[in-house]
Write a protein that binds this ligand. Structure first.
Ligand code: 9UX
Length: 109
């Protein structure tokens, strides 16, 4: 518990992301999170996790809200040690969070 030497006042938050169906989704979420003040985010599509570095004043709920605004789901795994969502989830077959087709959800520009 003595790692707060370099960056004081910055929190490390890990979010469990849901609803990503292609690697570009991760990029979209990153962009969305990075728009927030002082926030630096890295989204890992493979692990469905987002690593967020945020100023201490940032409410984690705001991060979750930002991800949800982008059309995905987000949870704070630290608080809820386990959410029983191990039901065989929908296989990513080109459908996005909202159930729309890839062509529709992907707005890579
Ligand atoms: Mo996402 Mo993609 O919202 O082919 S499914 S970017």
């Amino acid at each position: 518990m003595s790692t707060a030497v370099r960056t004081v006042g910055v929190t490390d938050i890990e979010l469990a992301i849901g609803g990503m169906t292609c690697a570009s989704c991760a990029n979209r979420i990153e962009r969305r999170l990075n728009k927030l003040d002082g926030v630096t985010a890295t989204v890992n599509y493979a692990t469905e996790k987002a690593r967020v570095h945020a100023p201490a004043g940032v409410d984690p709920a705001a991060l979750v809200a930002a991800v949800e605004a982008a059309g995905y789901t987000a949870e704070l795994p630290r608080r809820r040690a386990r959410t029983s969502r191990t039901t065989s989830g929908p296989t990513p077959t080109g459908r996005c969070a909202s159930g729309s087709s890839r062509a529709r959800c992907c707005r890579h520009r």
